[in-house]
Design a binder for this molecule. Structure first.
Ligand code: NAD
Length: 501
């Protein structure tokens, strides 16, 4: 196949790029937020624009003193915040969210500069982050307990109380909406939080902290730190102050942090990797399924834990699906997310480019066909071609390892049962998808697919109102829906007799 990528560079002169130098200056000065104050640090790390590799800011590295201060502040913040009414908490979260909606474009500019995604996607991410806050604010007033029927003179009442200060770790793929999920759950439940956001993409979380400061959040309820990830997690997690560890990231790191937390009997909420299968049945509208799948695959340059990746397509529609999917993938307009019309930006950092290249090389070596893509684009910026691999042997690394990039595997299957078997053949179980109009096929997928989220005829896997999370090595616990707040609360049963018995 040809290789007709259209890499739009930032040399285009138009209304959008004319404002570019002004936008560059809008990237905020990066600071820690501890006990209600902003602070800098002696040491820092560079933050790069992945489209240009230019350094756009420097992120401070928290010292042990900073972390001690954050722990002390979180303890004080929790004592104050847990005493507020759920309605007051909800109102404050809504006010912060209103400010973030008002600042949508500023936040989106920061996100595109530090992460690379198209500006329009960054704008939508800000809205999604606000929706997380607004949903959890709504749930704050509905963390109902229950009254258990009892003998006269005694009452059994179940309360859901805030669990305590949370140590949270958010990844770089959604710089604003990933921190939003954790901050929303903690604050709505009455907890305080110390968030270590991703050093690659720190500004998204900083904008959130600023909005909460401006909305009047008491000091210490939300604390934001950055630094060396391993140093921070190994210092915060063993602390007696920390009552919950919430992490989103790779399974390897999640496993390590769960081990650390379990030795201190600290509960965890783990949103880890995925390797989402998509089952395409013979009865579906093949063209529509292929078009929507290829478009979705390239969202966020495939750096989404729910990204549709392993396509298992019935033999009878395989060639048609592969053809439409490949053409749509190779027509993707790749470039600097600040330029108009871009559909896919660069990968977020150079580690992803190296992983993608090595997964493709391995797949080719063992006999996969590269239908399109497979290469880095250019030498500046972390751009990678939208890539479609066909007939990939089961023993290729990419069949087991999550590519976390713009890469799709399209393989033929002879039946729904073999598709389900392949879908379940990885250690992950986060999102899974199916395309079919037959209710018996859909029922079989619901019964048999090992995943926390199954979407049929839609590639939407996670909304503020639906519970999201994994089975198997994809994690533990749920974010979103009313289930989302459960991790941030503990159950206390109260038995109350009117006289001493
Ligand atoms: P990585 O494993 O090096 O890091 C993943 C995340 O964990 C990063 O944000 C990193 O800062 C953080 N981290 C690493 N070591 C840590 C530690 N000891 N303590 C606390 N935090 C730590 O991988 P990467 O190259 O940055 O990302 C690629 C992989 O991460 C992907 O394969 C994917 O599985 C996973 N990931 C998942 C999500 C998600 O939404 N579930 C998001 C981003 C990344």
């Amino acid at each position: 196949m040809g290789n007709p990528y259209r890499l739009l560079t930032s040399n285009h002169h138009n209304e959008h790029t004319k404002g570019r130098s002004k936008l560059m200056t809008m990237y905020p000065e990066l600071k820690l937020f501890i006990g209600g104050s902003w602070r800098t640090a002696d040491d820092d790390l560079p933050v790069r624009n992945p489209a240009t590799e230019e350094i756009i800011g420097r992120v401070p590295i928290a010292t042990q003193t900073d972390l001690d201060d954050a722990l002390a502040a979180a303890a004080i913040g929790f004592a104050a915040w847990r005493q507020t009414s759920p309605r007051d908490r909800a109102n404050l979260i809504r006010e912060a969210s209103r400010l973030m909606r008002e600042r949508q474009d500023d936040i989106a500019h920061s996100i595109t500069l530090e992460h690379g995604k198209p500006f329009r996607e960054a704008q939508l991410e800000v809205i999604r982050g606000c929706e997380f806050f607004e949903w959890d604010a709504g749930e704050a007033v509905r963390t109902y307990g229950r009254v258990i029927p009892s003998a006269p003179g005694v009452k059994y009442i179940v309360h859901h109380q805030p669990i305590g200060p949370v140590a949270a770790f958010s990844p770089w793929n959604f710089p604003m909406s990933q921190p939003a999920r954790k901050i929303a759950g903690a604050l709505a439940s009455g907890c305080s939080i110390i968030l270590k956001a991703a050093e690659e993409t720190p500004a998204g979380a900083m904008h959130i902290a600023k909005a909460f400061e401006d909305a009047g959040l008491p000091p210490g309820v939300l604390n934001l730190v950055f630094g060396i990830p391993g140093d921070i997690s190994s210092y915060l997690i063993p602390s007696d102050t920390v009552s919950l560890v919430a992490f989103t990231g790779s399974t390897a790191v999640g496993r390590h942090l769960t081990g650390l937390a379990s030795s201190h009997m600290t509960p965890v909420l783990m949103e880890l990797g995925g390797h989402a299968p998509v089952i395409v049945c013979e009865d579906t509208d093949v063209e529509a399924a292929a078009m929507t799948s290829a478009t979705r695959k390239m969202r966020n340059a495939g750096q989404v834990c729910t990204s549709p990746t392993r396509f298992f397509v019935h033999d009878s529609v395989y060639e048609h699906f592969l053809d439409v999917f490949t053409k749509r993938a190779e027509a993707t307009i790749v470039g600097d997310g600040m330029d108009p019309g871009i559909e896919m930006g660069p990968l977020a950092h150079d580690r992803r480019v190296a992983t993608m290249a090595s997964l493709v090389a391995d797949a080719k070596d063992v006999g996969a066909e590269v239908m399109t893509g497979g290469q880095r684009i250019g030498s500046t910026g972390y751009f990678f071609e939208p890539t479609v691999l066909a007939n990939v042997p089961d023993h290729a690394r990419v069949m087991q390892e999550e590519p976390f990039g713009p890469l799709a595997i399209v393989n033929p299957v002879d039946s729904l049962d073999s598709a389900i078997e392949m879908a379940n053949s990885v250690p992950y179980g986060l999102a899974a998808y199916g395309f079919t109009n037959r209710s018996d096929y859909a029922d079989r997928m619901v019964d048999k697919i090992e995943a926390g989220n199954l979407s049929i005829n839609t590639l939407e896997a996670s909304l503020p109102e639906t519970p999201f999370g994994g089975v198997k090595s994809s994690g533990y616990g749920r974010e979103g829906g009313f289930e989302g707040l459960q991790a941030y609360t503990v159950v206390k049963n109260v038995s109350h007799s009117v006289s001493i018995v």
